[in-house]
Structures are given as structure tokens and as C-alpha cells.
Design a protein around this ligand. Structure first.
Ligand SMILES: [Fe+2]
Ligand SMILES: [Fe+2]
Length: 325
């Protein structure tokens, strides 16, 4: 079947698949985890002791670790930007109760717990200047982002597939580091968020797979276009008080590279896993432009690996306004 007419037609066609699979892509609210499952209960008599324990353990974590955890938190807290961006995609209509708007709302509702949980943890840790973090969060939402997808759903789903895999990796690595620092509570919290990201990646990747079935050439071109532009992080405009837009982002990214939480090697590995999951090598029915795009994509991981090998990670520790140590 070929639907290479318009994006809207394809989106309408796939909407039924999304609707039917929603219970695989999302967990029912009543049984889903909530931030309070991982934090001290303020109604409990042991509340203050538990906070003391969190704060003692928090002091064992490094400066870079806090920079990454805070940057991750702010990224998660800028969720309003992501929801409104996705709602504006071609083929999505907020006003109807179709699979697409249900998915975007359900996804937003799950993601909202991530920022909520991390924010509360930062607050309890005693290591963080919360007002500075809140200022960065407000800036980031006000500044928005430009992920270079426009309203094209194909490009957006490449982006979100990539991003959910990237956040899965980074939350998982933060969890590993916390575990090594003998902080099982923080490890559990981050690995629980990471598991959500993996399930969301599965959903977004399956949307792309569905599009490949009906509009392979256009999907291939969209994938190529996104990889040529490079996937930017959702917090690429991150800044602190009194700074220009985007000024803090590279310091956050440097800290993540130093810790090995998210590196340029991970970028290449995500790319490779997408080529494999979407069976790019075996897609049939491509036109000439689609074939050319495929050739470009298949060669990209090797090229990116050579670039990644040459990259040097800045060793300079930047002093963030967020961290009180
Ligand atoms: Fe998240
Ligand atoms: Fe996510």
C-alpha cells in the first residue's frame, strides 16, 4: 500500500494503529508510579530523618553530577514546550478525540512526573540553589526551542525517537553513577524514569515504522534531513540568570560528556540502533531520492564515529549558579 500523497492522509491512516496500541505505549494512571513513591512522605513521623539521610548521601556526589542532574531536571521541566510543539504537528487535531491527541496528552502526563520527581529530589537534597534552577526553567520554557522539524510529523517522530533513546541512556547512566556512590534511592528514582523513556522510545519508533510501510521515500528523506541537521537537545537554549539564550547549555553538555552520561559516542550508537530497528537496509519501494537518502544514512555512523574520535571533552569545570557547593 502506498499513501505518498500527503502527510495528513498518512497520519489519518496510522491513527487507528496508535489508538489500538495506546495501552501498550502508556500505563494506566491508577497503577502508574508517582513521584511520591520515591520520596519521603511528609505526613510520616520519620520524614525529617529521611531528609537528613538524603542530604548526607547527597554530599557524596560530585559537582559534575549535580550539574547533570539539574540540567536533566530543567530539561524535563520544560515539558509545556514539547507538548505544544507536538500538538501543532500536521495531522494532529486537539479538538478531536483521536489516537494522536490521546497519545500526546498521555505521553505528556507521564513525562510530567519526571520533572516533578527530580525537582522535589533537588529541593530535598540541600545541595541546590532552587531559585536559580527555577529561573533557568522559566527561561527555558519562555525561550522555547527549535528542533528543526517544523510541523512535519515524520521529522518530529525521528526527533522524538532519538530523544527518548537519548534520555533513556542519560537517566540510566545517572542511576548507575548514583548506585556506585552507594545512593540506591537516587539510583531507583533515575532508573524508573529511564524505563518510561524506553517505553516512549518504543512508541515513537513504531510510528516511524508504520510510516515506512506506507510512505517509504518521504520517511527516508525526513530521516536524512534530520540527521543532516543533527539532532539538537531540547535544552539547547538553556541559560542562567543574566545570561544570553543558550549560554549554559554547552557547560551542561560538557559535564555530561565528562561523566560519560551522554557522549558523542552515544549519539552514534543511537543512530546505529535506529538504522537497525527501522530495517533501513531492507526498505523497499523507494524512489531515486529515497535510495540516495538511504545511502547517506547507511554511511553516516562511520563518518560520525570518525568525528567523535577526534572530539576533545573540555576539562574545565564551569561554576553554575545552580549549585551550592
Ligand atoms: Fe522524561
Ligand atoms: Fe521522554
Amino acid at each position: 500500500m502506498s499513501l505518498s500523497g500527503s502527510r495528513i492522509e498518512v497520519m489519518r491512516h496510522i491513527e487507528k494503529f496508535v489508538d489500538e496500541k495506546l495501552d501498550k505505549f502508556l500505563r494506566p494512571v491508577d497503577v502508574n508510579w508517582q513521584p511520591s513513591d520515591f520520596l519521603p512522605d511528609s505526613q510520616s513521623p520519620s520524614f525529617l530523618d529521611e531528609i537528613k539521610n538524603i542530604q548526607e548521601r547527597a554530599r557524596e556526589l560530585s559537582y559534575d553530577f549535580w550539574a547533570v542532574l539539574i540540567g536533566d531536571t530543567i530539561t524535563e521541566e520544560a515539558l509545556p514546550t514539547y507538548e505544544s510543539w507536538l500538538m501543532s504537528m500536521e495531522g494532529v487535531n486537539q479538538g478531536d478525540a483521536g489516537g494522536w491527541s490521546k497519545w500526546i496528552r498521555g505521553w505528556t502526563a507521564e513525562e510530567n512526573r519526571h520533572g516533578d520527581l527530580l525537582n522535589k529530589f533537588l529541593y530535598l537534597s540541600g545541595m541546590v540553589n532552587m531559585k536559580e534552577v527555577e529561573i533557568s526553567t522559566q527561561y527555558l520554557i519562555a525561550d522555547g526551542f527549535d528542533i528543526q522539524t517544523g510541523v512535519d510529523p515524520y521529522k518530529n517522530f525521528v526527533y522524538t525517537s532519538f530523544q527518548e533513546l537519548a534520555t533513556n541512556i542519560s537517566h540510566r547512566r545517572v542511576a548507575d553513577l548514583a548506585k556506585k556512590q552507594d545512593n540506591p534511592q537516587l539510583a531507583k528514582l533515575c532508573s524508573t524514569i529511564a524505563a518510561d523513556e524506553a517505553r516512549h522510545a518504543f512508541a515513537y519508533k513504531s510510528f516511524v515504522s508504520q510510516i515506512f510501510k506506507v510512505d517509504p521515500s518521504e520517511m527516508m528523506l525526513a530521516f536524512e534531513d534530520m540527521m543532516k541537521k543533527k539532532i539538537v537537545m531540547p535544552a539547547h537554549y538553556l541559560r542562567e540568570m543574566g545570561m544570553d539564550m543558550g549560554k549554559t547549555y554547552s557547560h551542561f553538555s560538557d559535564a555530561a560528556q565528562r561523566l560519560g552520561v551522554y557522549t558523542s559516542k552515544d549519539y552514534v550508537e543511537i543512530m546505529q540502533s535506529l538504522l537497525k530497528d527501522w530495517k533501513i537496509e531492507h526498505i523497499t519501494g523507494l524512489n531515486a531520492a529515497g535510495e540516495k537518502a538511504r545511502d547517506y544514512l547507511m554511511l553516516l555512523p562511520d563518518r560520525l564515529t570518525r568525528v567523535a574520535d577526534r572530539l576533545k571533552i573540555p576539562q574545565l569545570e564551569y561554576r553554575f549558579r545552580w549549585i551550592g557547593m
